[in-house]
Design a binder for this molecule. Structure first.
Ligand code: ADP
Length: 266
């Protein structure tokens, strides 16, 4: 805490009091440090794919390597992957910067969450390339929530694609919806590598990865869960992780339930 003292004088120039201003420097310094770390992280994250691309492009332009049918396609595909990852990174950064803006607005509406989540999982199943199954544990009744659909789709996209990324071959992912005290919990569980206990809270920090090399290799940006957390909090919800190393991970988020509609779905 920083303290500033100023004397207060009356009309006879006599000191009549002291004004003390206490400011919380630690908080300011923390924000400043986070900002610096963020810029350093972004620079590093962009430099890595750029230097990789430079080496591969240099190798291609040396001699007649670009004509070599065995090498050229592989090298080009590396540069293509790196470009894709940079685009994802920049898109994620733009999303975070939009959310940092105080005028950022969500377009919330009343949504039948049961239909919504089935729809999202359907779409995932259509595009599943890996040998992975998605099992649904979703009650057969309507739940209504007040959400920005696109944003919650993004949250689910980020969490489910992580579950797929970190799952073993033949793994099962469970998407579960549970009602709990006027809240709706969505749980996404996988049978993947898991996350060490001590890192569990950090995975929602910007750029935090348990295993940087592995995340990069899988095309990650390190921002997916940070974005998910901010979006869920903008919906008055909360997101957290449970995990056991080598057994699997469950990411849970809760959203306030609008009203309870009893009765079964057709
Ligand atoms: P990334 O783009 O690296 O996946 P995220 O912000 O989505 O970034 O996740 C941060 C980190 O949390 C990941 O790098 C990974 O270490 C860990 N993680 C997230 N989801 C899972 C999961 N389902 N299983 C194991 N680790 C996970």
């Amino acid at each position: 805490v920083r303290a500033n003292f100023s004397e207060v004088q009356d009309e006879n120039n006599e000191m009549s009091g002291i004004i003390t201003v206490l400011s919380d420097v630690t908080e300011q310094e923390k924000i400043e440090r986070e900002r610096r770390d963020f810029v350093a992280n972004v620079s590093h994250e962009l430099r890595t794919p750029l230097t990789t691309m430079r080496s591969y492009l240099e190798a291609l332009t040396e001699g007649n390597t670009w004509k070599d049918e065995n090498i050229a396609p592989k090298f080009l595909s590396v540069t293509q992957n790196e470009t894709e990852r940079m685009i994802r990174l920049v898109n994620d950064l733009l999303q975070l910067s939009k959310m940092d803006n105080k005028d950022y607005q969500l377009h919330k509406e009343r949504v039948n969450y049961t239909d919504f989540i089935h729809h999202v999982v359907d779409r995932f199943e259509l595009n599943l390339k890996e040998d992975i199954t998605i099992t649904r544990d979703i009650p057969n009744r309507n739940y209504y929530v007040w959400i920005d659909k696109d944003k919650i789709i993004q949250v689910l996209d980020n969490i489910i694609s992580n579950a797929i990324k970190y799952s073993p071959e033949g793994g099962e992912i469970i998407v579960q919806v549970v009602e709990e005290k006027h809240q709706l919990l969505t749980k996404i569980s996988d049978e993947g590598v898991g996350i060490p206990e001590k890192n569990l809270d950090k995975i929602f920090d910007r750029f935090y990865r348990v295993d940087k090399a592995r995340s990069r290799q899988l095309g990650g940006t390190g921002l997916g869960l940070a974005i998910a957390k901010e979006l869920i909090e903008a919906h008055d919800g909360e997101v957290w992780a449970n995990s056991k190393e080598h057994e699997g991970t469950t990411i849970t988020f809760r959203l306030p339930l609008m009203q309870k509609k009893r009765g079964h779905r057709k």
